[in-house]
Design a protein around this ligand. Structure first.
Ligand SMILES: Cc1cc2nc3c(=O)[nH]c(=O)nc-3n(C[C@H](O)[C@H](O)[C@H](O)COP(=O)(O)OP(=O)(O)OC[C@H]3O[C@@H](n4cnc5c(N)ncnc54)[C@H](O)[C@@H]3O)c2cc1C
Ligand SMILES: *[C@@H]1O[C@H](CO)[C@@H](O)[C@H](O)[C@H]1NC(C)=O
Ligand SMILES: *[C@@H]1O[C@H](CO)[C@@H](O)[C@H](O)[C@H]1NC(C)=O
Ligand SMILES: *[C@@H]1O[C@H](CO)[C@@H](O)[C@H](O)[C@H]1NC(C)=O
Ligand SMILES: CC(=O)N[C@H]1CO[C@H](CO)[C@@H](O)[C@@H]1O
Length: 679
């Protein structure tokens, strides 16, 4: 029996049933991939009919993906290994006929583990942008080149001096009718493209965002396909200065790059012209609607929500498994050291995060489903739900990445010193995940976008307009909040009842949207301009978005419970949902108190209830992380091993450190010995 099993025999069957539930309910389409049964021994864990883990098994059993530990490689070696894996992965995708973007995304995640992929941007930005913004002729020319990886591409938007505010980008594309070419320029240092993944060394093409000038007029940002390296020799082309931006917090294996262009001429047909056009003589045609480019953005943001759940559930798996193997200190004098998971404080750190990881999993599923539904509508020419989807994806991207980002670090610290070792995998998970708070829309800016939608909806509700979709609660809440002044309103929340808690989160969101809208209104009256008023209300606006997203997450978690028929699973996940909701109340009690949704005496009941729930979750904690179903090969964490046999493997891992290659390091001879002889 595995050591972890000896300590944790509760609830293993439950774990596998939950796995089944989560897998089945996400309706994961793995139809293109051959399925394999997991080679698990019956004595270790009960098998369930649905533990068919197609992509994982494909990758893990594949000798081509076996490799040395990236922790012991230099940055250049890590980049090299990442390119090799990407190249192999492409051949495999071909072999298995995987072409659906979501399936590619899933497969990529498994191949790369905690790290990134050298050709990531080619898949998530270059190809989708060619598909969505190229006209028929351009797609005919570029897609075969990109799909055969002759054209290796990235997406170069950010500049050294300009990120969030893309209208401020300085790169220019000036049309020259004499040669029917665009002349691309990076006019200043701050205009140098900076950050794009794969730009430094990997790509030979970049989709470059630049200010379009034709006939002396600037028409704003447009996308251009710029060849940056020779397709035969991979040497940079004339006028192009391209390279790697240097080491970062993480992303060691990725060549985030810079690009400076000096009078680089590209053919007219290299401007992506599905919507806006420049004719031969330089006449400019405007795009019909700016909304059309939202699709890719929404898709990527909904994928990032899934990323939040994945990163946090990995961190929880590692920390909770480790906490049940690790024994430390004394609780009762003279008795053996308890498992650290049996300290109430340890449970308080980890179990709410476990609940959060489940919550985000369901949010991710919901986002993907919603994206598909609304994309269907958009293809039918119905854009009505787009503003809501846009606001929702922006807010939930920010909400889930912020929470997961903080949560991963809590998991790491909860593992004590060993959590700081790279063998835990926690540092890697953190540094790889944390830029999701920044890229694809900086989180604060995303929250403010969601707030704009909320305030607009609030104003519509207060003029009696009926809202639809997720914000429709603003109608109801408006009437309710109007009807009763705070002081006389009875406490609405029953802290033992999830439905009542969902209701409380809703009213808290409504209240904070109201506060933000009123603050904005107040500022408008004394401000010089709406923009100044906006700036002066932005703390309240972000709080409102945060509360709105929190409500959506609690609501989706509660709704998910309705889909569960197995009573054991239902009870376990209901407990987690209650934990998630109550923990949020405790952490934001000020809001709930202020809105009159909670009384001061109730606060101590919330604390007591939370403690009861922690003890309840303890029984199933390991099973609940097992249910996330990460194979050891995917976690790549000594602390998070399925068998719990950590100490032996930690020693084995440390021995592999390159510093141990020789018994005596050369620095001894070079510096220490001479020093000793001098003193
Ligand atoms: C690992 C990584 C990979 C990347 N990959 C790519 C890529 O492939 N291609 C690419 O083009 N770019 C890429 N980027 C760049 C990334 O998209 C930008 O960093 C991001 O858009 C944020 O812009 P910024 O860096 O200018 O931050 P800034 O906008 O300068 O943000 C700094 C601070 O200012 C605040 N702020 C900015 N505007 C506002 C506002 N309107 N209201 C309130 N506060 C505001 C922010 O909240 C933040 O706190 C990558 C970045 C990283 C870290
Ligand atoms: C609170 O909710 C619980 C669980 O749904 C229920 O058993 C209890 O009766 C409720 N209490 C009140 C006062 O409504
Ligand atoms: C914004 O708020 C600050 C601080 O409260 C205040 O000094 C300033 O006058 C406000 N600005 C505007 C334009 O209202
Ligand atoms: C935005 O608001 C803050 C706080 O009120 C103020 O200090 C700042 O000057 C404002 N920014 C601008 C650009 O006016
Ligand atoms: C003493 C010891 O275990 N040394 C090991 C240090 O690491 C190298 C690999 O980098 C091993 O080959 C040594 O055996």
């Amino acid at each position: 029996m595995r050591p972890l099993m000896v300590l944790e025999i509760h609830g293993l069957l439950l774990g596998s049933i939950i796995t089944t539930f989560v897998r089945v309910s996400k309706g994961q389409a793995a139809h293109n991939m051959p399925t394999h049964q997991y080679p698990r021994s019956l004595t270790e864990t009960p098998t369930s009919p649905c533990t068919q883990k197609a992509p994982e098994s494909l990758v893990i059993s594949d000798a081509d993906f076996q490799q040395e530990d990236a922790n012991f490689l230099s940055r250049s070696e890590r980049y090299d290994a990442a390119v090799r894996k990407s190249a192999q992965m492409i051949l495999k995708l071909r072999e298995y006929g995987i072409s659906d973007p979501e399936e590619i995304y899933a497969y990529k995640n498994i191949v790369q583990g905690q790290n990134n992929e050298a050709l990531g941007l080619h898949f998530v930005m270059f190809l989708p942008t060619l598909r969505s913004q190229g006209d028929a002729e351009q797609r005919k020319k570029w897609l075969p080149l990109a799909e055969s990886f002759k054209a290796l591409g990235t997406y170069a938007q950010t500049e050294m001096g300009h990120g969030t505010f893309i209208r401020g980008l300085e790169t220019t594309a000036t049309y020259d009718p004499a040669t029917q070419e665009f002349v691309m320029n990076s006019p200043t240092i701050s205009s140098i493209k900076w950050w794009p993944g794969g730009l430094g060394k990997t790509s030979n093409h970049a989709i470059v965002l630049a200010q379009l000038y034709t006939k002396g007029i600037c028409h704003g940002l447009h996308a251009f396909i710029v060849p940056i390296r020779s397709m035969s020799t991979h040497e940079p082309l004339p006028g192009i200065e391209v390279g790697d931006i240097g080491p970062k917090f993480g992303f060691d294996e990725v060549d985030n790059g810079y690009l400076k262009m000096d009078n680089v001429r590209i053919p007219r047909m290299n401007m992506l012209m599905k919507y806006a056009k420049v004719e031969r003589d330089g006449t400019y045609q405007k795009p019909p609607s700016a909304k059309l480019t939202y699709g890719t953005m929404v898709f990527i943001r909904s994928m990032i929500v899934g990323e939040s759940s994945r990163a946090l559930s990995k961190a929880c798996t590692i920390a909770i498994r480790y906490s049940s193997v690790r024994h430390q200190s004394e609780l009762r004098p003279g008795e053996p050291e308890p498992q650290i998971l049996d300290y109430q404080t340890q449970q308080y750190k980890l179990f709410p995060l476990l609940a959060t990881a489940y919550a985000f999993k369901f949010v991710g599923q919901y986002m993907t489903e919603t994206y598909h539904r609304i994309t269907g509508d958009i293809n039918q020419g119905d854009f009505s739900e787009l503003p809501e989807l846009h606001a929702l994806s922006a807010g939930l991207k920010a909400f889930t990445t912020w929470v997961a980002n903080g949560g991963i670090e809590v998991c790491r610290m909860s593992c004590g010193g060993h959590g700081y070792s790279r063998c835990s995998s926690l540092p890697d998970i953190y540094v790889t995940f944390t830029p999701t708070c920044t890229y694809e829309g900086e989180n604060t800016v995303m929250m403010l976008q969601t707030a704009r939608y909320l305030v607009k909806s609030y104003r519509q509700a207060s003029t009696g307009q009926q809202l639809s979709g997720i914000v429709s609660y603003l109608n109801e809440a408006h009437q309710r909040l109007q009807a009763q002044p705070v002081s006389s309103r009875p406490t609405v929340v029953n802290i033992s009842d999830l439905a009542s808690l969902v209701e409380a989160y809703k009213l808290r969101a409504a209240k904070l949207v109201e506060v933000a809208a009123k603050s904005l209104q107040g500022e408008l009256q004394k401000s010089r301009s709406p923009e100044d008023a906006w700036n002066n209300s932005s703390i309240d606006l972000v709080r409102a978005s945060d509360a709105h997203c929190h409500y959506v997450v609690v609501k989706l978690f509660a709704a998910k419970l309705g889909e569960i028929s197995d009573t054991g699973v239902h009870s376990a996940l209901s407990t987690l949902a209650l934990l998630y909701a109550l923990h949020g109340v405790a952490q934001n009690s000020g809001d709930f108190l202020q809105a009159g949704l909670l009384t001061v005496p109730q606060l101590s009941s919330v604390s007591q209830r939370l403690k009861d729930i922690l003890a309840q979750v303890r029984t199933n904690a390991v099973a609940l992380v097992d249910a996330f179903d990460y194979r050891d090969e995917m976690l790549n964490s000594v602390l998070g091993r399925y068998d719990g046999n950590i100490y032996e493997h930690m020693f084995e891992w440390a021995r592999k450190s390159p510093l141990n290659r020789t018994e005596v390091h050369e620095s001894y001879h070079k510096y220490l010995k001479p020093l000793q002889s001098k003193l």
